[in-house]
Design a protein around this ligand. Structure first.
Ligand SMILES: [Fe+2]
Length: 192
């Protein structure tokens, strides 16, 4: 359904970002599964890799911000109130889990085995919650938005606001915004 949308369409960009987020989650889960049967120094290495990936997940913030500040309010003006509210609540929960993952992968404390154990549970919870959330947005919320917002002019206005917020550094193809005044492109939302 999203393939038919123009490149740069608000929803197509969000869908593509979901694909990237799902890839990051697969990597995190894969590393998380390796934790339990490794020694401390091998685990230290895995911990660092998971920490880097947690930073990538946190850098998806512009994605959530575009949903919360542009897509959800537009849906609400069209009488679609409940689903955006639920998605916003889930964003809060997911934000906490991502930051917890970052904190718990900075390094080992005194009880590294206990830390590995709780980390394994945290990874499962984060991956399950975020995958389910993405599934709901892809299969319910985004199709609902495409059905409810039928005017191109409204999508154009939303795109301008989305460009102002910016894009995710892990999704370079979607970081380009078009400046109609001189038909040039620039990269926004790029992180170090
Ligand atoms: Fe999303």
């Amino acid at each position: 359904m999203f393939e038919e949308l123009n490149d740069g369409h608000v929803i197509k960009t969000m869908f593509t970002e979901h694909e990237h987020i799902l890839c990051i989650l697969n990597e995190i889960q894969d590393l998380g599964e390796q934790l339990s049967d490794k020694n401390k120094s091998e685990n230290k290495n895995l911990l660092q890799q998971i920490n880097q990936l947690s930073l990538q997940l946190i850098s998806a913030e512009p994605h959530h911000q575009r949903e919360e500040d542009v897509l959800f309010p537009t849906l609400e003006t069209r009488g679609i109130i409940g689903p955006p509210q639920v998605m916003k609540q889930e964003h809060g929960l997911i934000r906490n889990l991502k930051h917890q993952l970052k904190k718990e992968t900075v390094g080992f404390g005194n009880n590294w085995k206990g830390q590995v154990n709780s980390l394994s549970y945290l990874i499962i919870e984060l991956c399950d919650t975020l995958r389910q959330h993405i599934h709901k947005e892809n299969h319910i919320l985004y199709p609902m938005a495409i059905q409810a917002i039928t005017e191109d002019s409204q999508w154009d206005k939303m795109k301008i606001k989305c460009d102002e917020i910016g894009y995710c550094c892990f999704c370079p193809n979607d970081n380009q915004i078009i400046h109609p005044e001189n038909n040039s492109k620039s990269i926004v939302g790029k992180c170090e």
